[in-house]
Design a protein around this ligand. Structure first.
Ligand SMILES: O=C(O)CCC(=O)C1=CC=C[C@@H](O)[C@@H]1C(=O)O
Ligand SMILES: [Mg+2]
Length: 373
């Protein structure tokens, strides 16, 4: 089966309310839905939506990369096309590469009759079990900034089945946020814990002070505490606490080999578009796991297409941790239906490939000049 056509479809999706962090405010997600079609008429999809500050390329650079990546693929098999994509290390446009790789993997998995997670797992899943749905993916609630949360929100998330509640810190003064976290802890049911993300808000001394002040709170992980992280500083902080320290957006500025080799932090937060695709993300997560470092697969506030792709990576990894994939409810509109969630789990179905279907009501028009046949 050869690639017969490629088209990209711009979208603009408003959020229900702005997504706030220590350094950013996101009110809408803009990107392109990529559709590849093979000569049997089979369609496959990928999501391309750069998020400023998240470690990928700018939107114009992503559009330019799609423009140059797609035309040479026409006429190739998906297998040859995926081999021709540049390896992640030399990739100046990881978000665009991720979209193209996702659509090619969607075709390859459809071709083999396997859900994408099973296809990505390779020999780990026996063939006769592959028509089963991928394993459920544990997910954390995406609660927003700590200053906006009341007891009602915490109870609602826990009643919905989430046992890990992720919230943003580093927005207000440290003492105020610690006081809010202490209040939250009083309404948190047993078995539920907090996951915090400071998005590089604090100088080293402030991060240390925050961790000391939170020592008795049920916090399972703190992402990106340091404004100027390097491996020594991260390691010193990790050694000072029982809470798992994680790196997210700073990972591309650090030497990954020594970060993982020295186990400077206990966790990596991996966003497939930043790492150039599903395969490089899975390879990085497996490499880290072999070295004793855990990985959390996380949304970049992606549309349903990107969330579905990241969920297949999390299902293929199957590490039992809660992944950061519960962001779809923040979007007021979407490119299609995101995977079903229930009881703190994300449930992929058994259909072959990615299993993403674009919303029929939304008119996805090909953008002039970015349609090739
Ligand atoms: O991890 C989650 O549960 C939700 C995703 C999330 O927190 C983020 C998505 C995109 C950009 C960031 O603001 C943020 C993060 O830093 O992890
Ligand atoms: Mg983060």
């Amino acid at each position: 089966m050869k690639l017969a056509a490629a088209s990209i479809h711009p979208y603009r999706l408003p959020l229900r309310s702005p997504w706030l962090t220590a350094g950013a405010r996101v009110a809408e997600r803009c990107g392109w839905l990529l559709c590849l079609q093979d000569d049997s008429g089979r369609r496959a999809y990928g999501d391309c939506a750069p998020l400023p500050g998240s470690g990928g390329e700018s939107a114009p650079a992503a559009a330019q990369a799609l423009r140059s990546l797609l035309p040479p693929l026409i006429g190739l098999t998906a297998r040859t096309a995926i081999e021709r994509l540049e390896p992640d290390g030399d990739c100046p446009a990881p978000v665009a590469r991720c979209a193209v790789e996702t659509a090619l993997l969607d075709l390859l998995a459809q071709d083999s009759g396997l859900p994408l997670a099973a296809y990505l797992s390779g020999n780990r899943l026996r063939r006769e079990t592959c028509s089963a749905p991928p394993p459920p993916v544990r997910i954390n609630a995406a609660c927003g900034i700590v200053g906006n949360l009341g007891a009602k929100d915490i109870r609602a998330a826990c009643n919905a089945g989430f046992t890990i509640l992720k919230m943003k810190v580093g927005v207000l003064a440290i003492d105020d946020e610690v006081a809010l976290l202490q209040q939250i802890a009083t309404v948190l049911p047993p078995g539920c814990r907090l996951r915090l993300d400071a998005n590089r808000a604090w100088p080293d001394a402030a991060a240390t002070r925050f961790l000391q002040a939170c020592a008795n709170l049920p916090i399972e992980m703190l992402e990106e505490p340091l404004a100027a992280p390097d491996i020594d500083r991260l390691q010193a902080l990790q050694d000072s606490t029982t809470i798992a320290i994680a790196v997210d957006e700073s990972i591309r500025h650090l030497d990954g080999e020594s970060l993982v080799g020295r186990r400077a932090v206990r966790r990596l937060v991996l966003k497939p578009p930043r790492h150039g695709g599903l395969l490089p993300t899975l390879a990085l997560a497996r490499h880290a796991s072999n070295a004793g470092v855990e990985s959390i697969i996380t949304s970049s506030l992606d549309s349903a297409c990107g969330i579905t792709a990241a969920a297949h990576v999390a299902a293929a990894l199957d590490n039992g941790l809660a992944h950061g994939l519960a962001t779809s409810a923040w979007l007021q509109e979407d490119t299609g239906s995101p995977p079903r969630t229930a009881g703190g789990l994300l449930l992929l179905d058994a259909s072959p490939g990615l299993g993403f279907v674009p919303d029929r009501q939304r008119r996805f028009l090909p953008l002039d000049g970015l349609y090739c046949r």
